[in-house]
Ligand binder design. Structure first.
Ligand SMILES: [Zn+2]
Length: 142
């Protein structure tokens, strides 16, 4: 148990990451699927961007995907709390959507396009220094 905080993390974005265990050690990416045209969207949606239907259902994604693209970020956005430089990966889910997140757990400095990635959660201290936030990242599938 960490001495800095014993708070149970909450999702940094509940419309994209739903935590599935009480200790927030696991979670799933969530989004919507259009019942008209079967296109899936990561995150919140009010209507389908492909066919404008509002007949959407909530879904959860499998938690794995293929690395589609990445960039090495050497100058992070203001307030970035993590490592620098870091790898920002764009992962294509089997359901269709692309999900941007930091890539962790790499053996090399840079990943390989097409490699299989899996969802990984990391905890981050909230701005008040007491709360903990669970953040979604990608890591090479083991
Ligand atoms: Zn649609």
């Amino acid at each position: 148990m960490s001495e800095s905080s014993t708070a149970i993390p909450t999702s940094i974005d509940p419309q994209r990451l739903r935590l599935t265990t009480e200790q927030a050690t696991e979670g799933v990416l969530v989004g919507h699927r259009c019942k008209e045209c079967d296109i899936s969207v990561f995150g919140p949606a009010v209507f389908c961007q492909a066919c404008s239907s509002s007949d959407l259902e909530s879904i959860q994604f499998a938690g794995r995907g293929t690395l589609y693209s990445y960039t090495v970020v050497r100058v992070p956005p203001a307030g970035w709390p993590g490592r620098v430089p870091y790898v920002l990966g764009e992962v294509e889910l089997p359901e269709g959507p692309h999900v941007l997140a930091e890539v962790i757990g790499l053996d090399e400095d840079e990943p390989t396009i097409g490699m299989t990635m899996e969802l990984a959660l990391e905890n981050l201290a909230g701005a008040d220094g007491e709360t903990q936030l669970a953040v979604y990242k990608w890591r090479p599938a083991g």
